[in-house]
Design a protein around this ligand. Structure first.
Ligand code: CUA
Length: 316
């Protein structure tokens, strides 16, 4: 409906309509009060202008009704803005279950995308309609920001950690992707396109360009080549803990703390193994800083995730 207005980008995700609705509400409130205030200023200026018989204004010493009205009405309106905005924010912050993941590595000045199936693309992202997509993102250098106006989503991409965001595309098409954080002299050129395809078409695209090796398989190769498998044995009893079914689980640390093993935990444990030692194990693991790229780290994460699925199917 709004896409006909040149002011607004297309709505192409499940949250776009909700974001716009809130935006229109804010604009409407601001607009109504601006018009009201300006009209009253002019109306009063004319109505109560100085003229013979009305040279000085009458003094009014307070009005409880007025005081209450202009406190309660703005309070109510701002609370609606706060509540509505918070609900929308929380809704967008929580990734819905069943979303599939795509991995993004930003660098000056490009977006490098890896699909779990092994396909890679640069400055282009292909996704199907009707399914929530979660992006796991990191940067090789400075802060960037992944922004797709048609989806009404934006998330900073930071070096040294993972951030994520999700969206569910609703309409097939080609949408602009921007970097929304100043990241150097080519910042304005750091963009690309998101291609939203019907699921069948997406499957075709996926099988057409696949290298035949999934991210998890590449990660497994890396896991063995780097020697991780010699200590992290799947059956346990190694010098390091078994990593089967690790992702998403709570890990009891040496320090007595417990942490959830998410993507960031895996990343930290590879690059800075002494930061969090699993209870009952010695701090023997060497750092792999400088030996694995951001993309390879994500492949290792994808491999560990695949172990989670394997373990689930055997224990249930
Ligand atoms: Cu990357 Cu601006």
């Amino acid at each position: 409906m709004w896409s006909e207005l040149p002011l607004f980008p297309e709505q192409a995700s499940s949250v776009a309509g909700r974001v716009d609705l809130l935006y229109f509400f804010l604009v409407a409130v601001a607009g109504i009060f601006s018009v009201l205030i300006f009209s009253l200023v002019f109306f009063f200026a004319i109505r109560y202008r100085r003229r013979p018989g009305n040279m000085a204004a009458a003094r009014i010493h307070g009005s409880t009704v007025l005081e209450v009205l202009w406190t309660v009405i703005p309070l109510g309106l701002t609370m609606v803005m706060f509540g509505w905005g918070s609900l929308l924010f929380l809704r967008n912050a929580r990734t819905p279950p069943g979303s599939f993941e795509i991995y993004v590595v930003a660098k000056q000045w490009m977006w490098k995308i890896q699909h779990p199936e092994g396909l890679r693309e640069i400055n282009e992202l292909h996704v199907p309609t009707g399914m929530p997509v979660r992006l796991v993102m990191t940067s090789e250098d400075v802060i960037h920001s992944f922004y797709v106006p048609a989806f009404r989503v934006k998330q900073d991409v930071l070096p040294g950690r993972y951030t994520s965001m999700w969206f569910q595309p609703t309409r097939a098409g080609k949408y602009h992707l921007f970097c929304a954080e100043y990241c150097g002299n080519q910042h304005s050129a750091m963009g690309g396109w998101v291609y939203v395809m019907e699921p069948a078409e997406y499957e075709k695209w996926l099988s057409g360009g696949s290298t035949g090796e999934s991210m998890a398989t590449t990660g497994q190769g890396l896991f063995e080549r780097l020697g991780c498998s010699s200590c992290h044995r799947s059956e346990g009893g190694g010098r390091g803990p078994s990593l089967e079914g690790l992702l998403g689980k709570k890990v009891q640390l040496d320090s007595g703390q417990a942490v959830v093993a998410d993507e960031s935990y895996i990343r930290e444990s590879i690059l800075n193994p002494r930061a969090k030692i699993v209870g009952g194990y010695q701090p023997l693991m060497p750092t792999f800083q400088g030996q694995v790229s951001e993309e390879q780290l994500l492949q290792l994460v994808a491999y560990l995730k695949s172990l989670k699925k394997a373990e689930r199917s055997t224990t249930q």
